[in-house]
Write a protein that binds this ligand. Structure first.
Ligand code: GTP
Ligand code: MG
Length: 201
């Protein structure tokens, strides 16, 4: 898919205030600092569409971007950052869970996982929660450029093994790098295929 236009629409902390639109939308979620905003910029080929930061906790609101005037891309705050959500690890910010429960246009969510780390309970719990709530998701392993190919492969295999302890199958997954643009085409093609499926004949 070619990105012809990418515009910021609105930021807010309330699901009710998200754009009143029937366009399909795709949300990017994951731990703080995993690279959600950077990935959005990489996918859209826009350097600073979504705000990024080396410090965790940069994105604090639900941010809607309109892509090709055809679908929404949503940048969400990270979970698991102590200063943002002081509650125990299990509790995600209320408005994030409300977003997933109530936003019917959200056709698929990408859970971002830092490819450098071993499986973390907070991500496992979050995916568990998505599963229990029948929210479609898949995984994007980020920051692939920070690892040697062999290590990357080993980490992803270990992740799959861990997932298969609780899931019947590994969700679809992608590997990405905001630096090298790895994953850009695959992820955009995946989104395009869903958009096409959803279009009336
Ligand atoms: P919050 O909004 O705080 O939840 O973080 P985020 O998940 O949006 O992360 P963000 O995109 O702001 O990136 C966090 C840091 O990781 C920044 O310093 C980015 O430059 C860096 N980063 C993100 N993606 C990549 C990547 O693919 N490769 C490398 N090397 N660094 C990355
Ligand atoms: Mg962010």
């Amino acid at each position: 898919m070619k990105i012809k236009s990418a515009e910021f629409v609105i930021s807010n902390a309330k699901v009710e205030k998200c754009p009143d639109s029937k366009l399909p939308e795709y949300a990017f979620i994951g731990r703080s600092n995993v690279g959600k905003s950077s990935l959005i910029n990489m996918l859209t080929g826009r350097k600073s569409l979504a705000k990024t930061s080396a410090k965790p906790g940069k994105t604090q609101l639900i941010n809607h971007f309109l892509i090709n005037k055809d679908w929404h891309l949503v940048d969400l705050p990270g979970y698991g950052y102590a200063k943002v959500s002081k509650s125990s690890k299990k509790v995600f910010q209320k408005f994030i869970t409300a977003y997933f429960r109530e936003r019917k246009q959200m056709v698929c969510c990408f859970v971002l996982i830092d490819s450098r780390h071993a499986p973390q309970p907070i991500d496992m719990e979050f995916m568990q929660w998505l599963g229990e709530n029948n929210i479609p998701f898949n995984i994007i392993f980020t920051k692939a450029d920070k690892l040697k190919p062999k290590v990357l492969e080993r980490n992803i295999n270990a992740y799959q093994d861990k997932m298969l302890e609780t899931w019947v199958a590994m969700p679809e997954f992608f590997v990405s790098s905001a630096n090298s643009k790895l994953g850009q085409e695959e992820i955009l093609e995946y989104i395009e295929a869903i958009n096409e499926e959803l279009k009336p004949e």
